[in-house]
Design a protein around this ligand. Structure first.
Ligand code: UT7
Length: 333
């Protein structure tokens, strides 16, 4: 049994925050942000929660596949609507899928690769006929107003893929996956407050997202390179066979360094960070939606998704591009 992509959707909040806007808030500049990260603007949600954006993206994926229901919903997010319960059940309810299993996956910027691997496995076992896999974030809600570094990088958005059972390995099939973690590096990317650690320690810990950027940068390239090589080998492909590398959009310098390490022409890497910033678990499905709308992928193309994030966590997945009969609209809203 195989898991095949039959729908794709995305959702972006309307409010655009440019680097020039940020320079009014922080001691920063358009030049610094553009040169160090490749980001020109990002979206901040003013009215929609993570669950709202996830629901919108999922609706588009359902519409594209022509389905009204699925057997399960898996949502990757580090910015859930509530610390408890998970956000996926309320997304399922808003989609009119009250009784289906729905749960969150927490792997920060690797979240979508983790969720896609889990979602594909649910279908491949034969237990579930179809699974919605969503990555959705509102990082604007957890940014430290005093931290110009994270403030410059992160943005909000959501993307979704619909997976359905397939008996053959046709275009759109999810292939090999590799996932990993190193909890010894948990402090590299963290919200110190709000969890049991701070409560037990009685500590007055920050409720904001924190990141040790330089250390994360180096490890991200190393781990994603190894993960990509693993899945390419597992598929029996060669690196030169890859039509598109769709990495997590953390920093354009990380993406360029990854392509260089893999000896891939830089144009094979799909990059949408300039307009959206780092949308964490949403970045890969948003890049897929944008790439699809731009006609970047052909049916049967060999794609590798790769991500690195808090935990620390990382992973990569091989897939072939489906033969969509219709394409989603460009993510311009
Ligand atoms: O998505 C999950 C995984 N996340 C990532 O992969 C992010 C990985 N890290 C990065 O993308 C980069 O490390 C950053 C973009 C976060 C930072 O870039 P960097 O080139 O590593 O800069 P840095 O942290 O070494 O800081 C260099 C300087 C510092 O000033 P001093 O100490 O040299 O005087 C920072 O205070 O740049 C300063 N700086 C800024 N200056 C203007 C940091 N943020 C800003 C800013 N505007 N927004």
């Amino acid at each position: 049994m195989h898991a095949k992509i039959t729908g794709l959707g995305h959702a972006l909040p309307d409010h655009i925050v440019t680097n020039h806007d940020l320079a009014q808030v922080y001691d920063t500049s358009d030049e610094w942000i553009t040169q160090r990260t490749g980001i020109s603007q990002r979206r901040h949600s003013e009215t929609e929660t993570t669950g709202d954006l996830a629901t919108r993206a999922a609706r588009e994926a359902l519409r594209m596949s022509g389905r009204e229901s699925v057997s399960a919903v898996v949502l990757a997010t580090a910015t859930p609507d509530y610390r408890c319960p998970g956000t996926a059940p309320s997304v399922a309810a808003k989609l009119g899928l009250e009784d289906v299993p729905a749960f969150d996956v927490s792997a920060v910027c690797s979240g979508f690769v983790y969720a896609l691997s889990v979602g594909a496995s649910l279908v491949e076992t034969g237990r579930f006929e179809s699974v919605l896999v969503i990555g959705a974030e509102t990082f604007s809600t957890i940014l430290d107003p005093a931290d110009r570094t994270t403030g410059a990088i992160f943005g909000d958005g959501a993307g979704a893929l619909l997976l359905e059972r397939s008996l053959t390995r046709e275009p759109g099939t999810i292939g090999s996956a590799t996932l990993g973690s190193n909890g010894n590096q948990a402090d590299l990317i963290q919200i110190p407050g709000g969890g049991s650690a701070a409560a037990i320690a009685g500590a007055d810990a920050s409720p904001y997202f924190q990141m040790q950027g330089a250390a994360v940068f180096l490890d991200a390239v190393t781990r994603m390179e190894a993960a990509v090589r693993d899945v390419v080998d597992a598929e029996g492909w060669h690196l030169e066979d890859i039509d598109a590398l769709v990495p997590h959009q953390a920093n354009v310098r990380i993406i360029n360094a990854l392509a260089k390490q893999l000896d891939l022409p830089p144009e094979k890497a799909v990059v949408n960070i300039a307009d959206l910033g780092n949308t964490s678990a949403a970045s890969i499905p948003l890049a897929l939606a944008q790439g699809s709308a731009a006609g970047r992928f052909q049916a049967g193309d060999r794609l590798i998704l790769a991500a690195y994030g808090g935990g620390t966590t990382w992973g990569a997945i091989a897939l072939t591009w489906p033969n969509f009969t219709s394409t989603t609209t460009a993510p311009s809203n």
